[in-house]
Design a protein. Structure first.
Length: 218
């Protein structure tokens, strides 16, 4: 059943990839930046889950997926909010400072793994403070505060669950690897494929020229 779920998650990512890619041919060129962003991120997710479903020992493929998915989400939220490129770059780097320690922790057999876990989790909280505080204030100033809060709130709610899921799976080994893969599969589907559709739906209502997001036309 666990393998079937991994194949299902792979299919969800592929369908999402094809759907968003198709929209790129319908949406005006000036409004495609988020479509481009999520198309790449979802495709990486599809490859990652294909690998996990085909060879269950490739559990580390999920970390490769997160190294692309999490920065993509940080970039998307940053572009929408209008914060500086410095803030966006820092937030993207922080996602790596979250995921890489978790990956090392998953490979560490001693209790020192929880030190890596702590480093990664602190990085997440820094990211949450930035995307829910500074970025929200800027988004509110630009007139999309409500939409941004919904989007950032959803992402951070899902992100908040990842440390818990890691603690009981790759970290604490309280559940089997199969159960862990199922848990992360659910989280990953809600975090990227579903969120990508919701994000682009919200973005379709925005004044892209006012928000200075129409640079994909140049």
């Amino acid at each position: 059943h666990g393998i079937n779920w991994l194949w299902a998650v792979t299919a969800i990512h592929i369908v999402t990839f094809l759907a968003i890619l198709s929209l790129c041919f319908v949406v005006p060129e000036s409004k495609r930046v988020f479509h481009y962003l999520f198309t790449v991120a979802v495709l990486v997710g599809a490859v990652s889950y294909y690998g996990q479903a085909a060879t269950t020992t490739l559990f580390f493929a999920r970390y490769a997926n997160w190294l692309v998915a999490f920065p993509s989400l940080a970039l998307g939220l940053g572009l929408a909010s209008g914060v500086s490129w410095t803030t966006i770059a820092c937030n993207m780097a922080i996602t790596w400072l979250w995921i890489l320690p978790y990956f090392v922790a998953s490979l560490t057999l001693t209790s020192y793994k929880w030190g890596f876990f702590a480093f990664g989790t602190v990085s997440y909280f820094i990211l949450a403070m930035s995307t829910l505080n500074e970025s929200y204030k800027e988004a509110k100033r630009r007139g999309i505060g409500r939409d941004y809060l919904i989007l950032a709130g959803w992402v951070n709610f899902m992100w908040f669950i990842y440390p818990i899921a890691f603690g009981i799976s790759d970290g604490g080994h309280k559940v089997s690897r199969t159960v862990g893969s199922i848990i992360f599969g659910v989280l990953d589907v809600l975090l990227l494929p579903i969120f990508a559709f919701v994000f682009t739906w919200f973005a379709n209502k925005w004044d892209w020229r006012k928000l200075e997001l129409d640079f994909s036309a140049y």
